[in-house]
Write a protein that binds this ligand. Structure first.
Ligand code: NAD
Length: 486
């Protein structure tokens, strides 16, 4: 059952406002709910509740109890698995076959992973001699940073939100979450789960709304928010960074990408095709780590283009409930317009259209949805906008290359530096290229394999800071040194 009113969650209670905006289903663009937009008053109430909770039972809770609560969250999300699945698919239109394997289980697992992590984190310890011939010892002690503002995108709403909320709560902070205006449902639903398992009120708060002049800007500007963590577009991240400068607050930014795949002729061809199909088309191309530029060594170029074309044309476009569907709509009409505008630019720039390039024929009311075709181009110069700019859609350009140095130069010639996928069976080359890529994550013979203990983030304009494992603990705690003269 899809709730038709989506409320803010402040101090353990659902809060309506007198300002509502529409929540639409991308499969047919129909309004399926109304969202209560938080104003300055509600954002202030959420931040105050979060600040107060730091001094309440949450602030004095033992680590063991906190870990138990986080583990209970995982159990309860899994108890409500179908509700989360319905909510996520109503907001995004993505196939349930994907959301049930990626979004919801990984969204839940984030709490368990970071609960385990804080349980096992060591601390540094140094013994020193003192001028009087005696000794002193030093140890590091971690405190929560305080109230964390969490600003989220719409592409993997629950997963990317709990990726921040999990470690933030594990470290003892409280949070105010601003989900994307397009995908507010799972963040709201998580409030019910927080109450059910007994997370104290004020620890988890959600404020709905937009960015500028709305909940996003009110939250980032609030002086009692102690740290800001953000996932979204690079230009939004820059605005948030400026906001964080007021009050010198720490900021973690996970931003846009224009990721390359590099396919060498010695690769396992079938695996490279299968992996590239996933990295280009998973989630209708709306994965920050996804591939939009593919470079293929010339001897296998034609064969690769033909096989990727066949794979793209074999994608099963469909609604979330269609068990065979592996390709849903884009998230919104606005995003559909953006992606289609790039489909037009590609043609204007002189691309050869290998497949796709438009909107698929959909029956009945689905024709009003946010669908686009899986699309492949070849033949563009490296200076083309379609090769330089993030499209965030199910599309890629494939270009041939002849030498390792040449492809490295092309792949690195971009302002973004989030991730890459390298396909080769030559171990030395795999290491060499992986290390020379100017990105936060180099995958070799794989894509989107994530071990949450590893650093995650972007180089260049794809991000600032790293999260994951100990890096999340660095961001979500304030490390002090305790020095004791013995
Ligand atoms: P977006 O930047 O438009 O919005 C992200 C969030 O920021 C939303 O909640 C939005 O309301 C909020 N926001 C917008 N303006 C704001 C402002 N002035 N102040 C405060 N908040 C503001 O991004 P999007 O379209 O939701 O997401 C797609 C983008 O996210 C793509 O660029 C993608 O590459 C990126 N992304 C990056 C990662 C990563 O890990 N690096 C992961 C997923 C998505």
């Amino acid at each position: 059952m899809i709730a038709d009113k989506i409320l803010n969650f402040i101090d353990g209670a659902y809060v309506a406002t007198d300002k509502w905006y529409e929540n639409r289903n991308p499969i047919n663009n129909k309004v399926i709910g109304m969202v209560a937009e938080a104003g300055e008053k509600e954002v202030d109430a959420a931040v105050k509740a979060a600040k107060a909770a730091l001094k309440g039972p949450w602030g004095s809770m033992s680590l063991q109890k906190r870990i138990e609560l986080l583990e209970a969250l995982v159990v309860e999300i899994n108890n409500r698995f179908d509700d989360f699945l319905e909510a996520e698919c109503a907001d995004t239109g993505k196939p349930k076959s994907m959301a049930s394997h990626v979004d919801i289980p990984r969204g839940a697992a984030n709490f368990k992973v970071f609960a385990d992590m804080v349980k096992n984190v060591p601390t540094e310890f140094f013994e020193m001699t003192t001028p009087d011939g005696g000794k002193a010892i030093n140890y590091g002690y971690r405190r929560p940073v305080g109230v964390v503002g969490v600003i989220c995108p719409w592409n993997l709403p629950l997963l990317l939100m709990t990726w921040k909320v999990g470690p933030a709560l594990a470290c003892g902070n409280t949070v105010v979450v601003k989900p994307s205006e397009d995908t507010p449902r799972t963040a709201a639903l998580l409030g019910e789960v927080m109450n059910k398992v007994g997370i104290p009120k004020g620890v988890y708060n959600v404020v709905n709304g937009f960015g500028a002049n709305s909940a996003g800007a009110f939250l980032t500007a609030h002086p009692d928010v102690d740290a800001l963590t953000f996932t979204g577009e690079t230009r939004t991240g820059e605005v948030i960074m400026k906001s964080a400068a007021n009050g010198s607050r720490p900021v973690s930014l996970e931003m846009g990408g224009k990721n390359a795949a590099i396919v060498f002729a010695d690769c396992d061809f079938d695996k490279a095709i299968e992996g590239t199909l996933r990295s280009v088309f998973l989630n209708c191309g709306q994965v920050c780590l996804g591939t939009e530029r593919v470079y293929v060594e010339r001897p296998i170029f034609d064969k690769f283009v033909a096989a990727l074309k066949a794979g793209a044309e074999g994608m099963k476009i469909g609604v979330p409930d269609d068990p065979a569907a592996n390709f849903g709509p884009l998230v919104s009409k606005k995003h559909q317009e953006k992606v289609l505008s790039y489909y037009k630019v590609a043609v204007e720039e002189g691309a050869t259209l290998v497949t796709g390039g438009g909107v698929p024929d959909m029956p009945g009311e689905l024709a009003d949805g946010c669908w686009v075709q899986p699309t492949i181009w070849t033949g563009l110069p490296e200076t083309a906008r379609v090769i330089k700019e993030e499209i965030f859609g199910p599309c890629c350009h494939i270009a041939p290359f002849d030498a390792e140095d040449e492809v490295l130069e092309k792949a690195n010639d971009n302002k973004y530096g989030l991730a890459c996928a390298i396909w080769t069976q030559d171990v030395s080359r795999a290491h060499r290229v992986a290390q020379k890529m100017e990105v936060g994550i180099s995958w070799v013979n794989s894509w989107f394999l994530r071990d949450l203990r590893t650093p995650f983030g972007g180089s260049k304009q794809s991000g600032i800071g790293r999260e994951g494992g100990v890096h999340s603990l660095e961001f979500y705690t304030d490390l002090k040194n305790v020095c004791i003269k013995l």
